[in-house]
Ligand binder design. Sequence first.
Ligand SMILES: Nc1ncnc2c1ncn2[C@@H]1O[C@H](COP(=O)(O)OP(=O)(O)OP(=O)(O)O)[C@@H](O)[C@H]1O
Ligand SMILES: [Mg+2]
Length: 220
Amino acid sequence: MKTRGFIDGEYQDGELRGMTLLAGMRGAGKTTEMDRLLQTCSGGVLFFDSLSKHAGVLKGYVVVHQPGELKAYLTRNHKKRFRILYQPRTGDFDAHFQAVCDIVKAFGWMIFGIDELDKCCGPRFGPSNMPRGLYELVNYGRHAIVSMLATARNPSRVSYDFVNECSYMRLFHMQNRYLKYFEQFIGTENVARMRSLQKFQYLLWRDGEEHAQICGGRRL
Ligand SMILES: Nc1ncnc2c1ncn2[C@@H]1O[C@H](COP(=O)(O)OP(=O)(O)OP(=O)(O)O)[C@@H](O)[C@H]1O
Ligand SMILES: [Mg+2]
């Protein structure tokens, strides 16, 4: 899966296509794997850095702090190759995230990565557990030519609708209580295989395939 473009109804770039969730406990390697996946992309990438702490880790990204700056940068780089790191350092976190989602939807043609998705979701947004802008991307992002990936430590805090729309999951070592949560999506047998994951390994699950694959592992 190396071609970039809107192919068979979904935007794909590098190893990414549609929606992907990377879940697992702290330090399991989620953000590092997200960085690797984004490096496989040849087109536009926007990384929403919920904790505003990855500027030193992600190489070659332009750091942006405000929606206006983001809009101006995307206007100049629309459909081209770009690497943007959005850090909501000051002001209202939810307002930043909402504005970024609206801009992503308006411009399209990009991979939208969200680090620590648990921070962007929650009951404060009503029954969908996620802000309107994200809801629209989850449900209609395909039409906006946007594919997404997100990391989360605590899957029970992430909107169910988000997880349910994911056709790929990369599941790292996690606490037993969270394994139970994933059973409804990936099945009992695949959950059982997660118990044998070594440090930095993850289970790669693809919708429609019965047997998920164990991938990753120590490499740095
Ligand atoms: N495959 C790997 N091999 C060796 N070291 C790794 C690997 N993946 C990640 N690391 C290292 O492990 C540490 C934790 O990785 P990372 O920040 O990606 O974890 P995380 O799951 O995102 O953690 P958190 O939930 O705290 O955000 C980092 O120092 C990173 O460089
Ligand atoms: Mg992380």
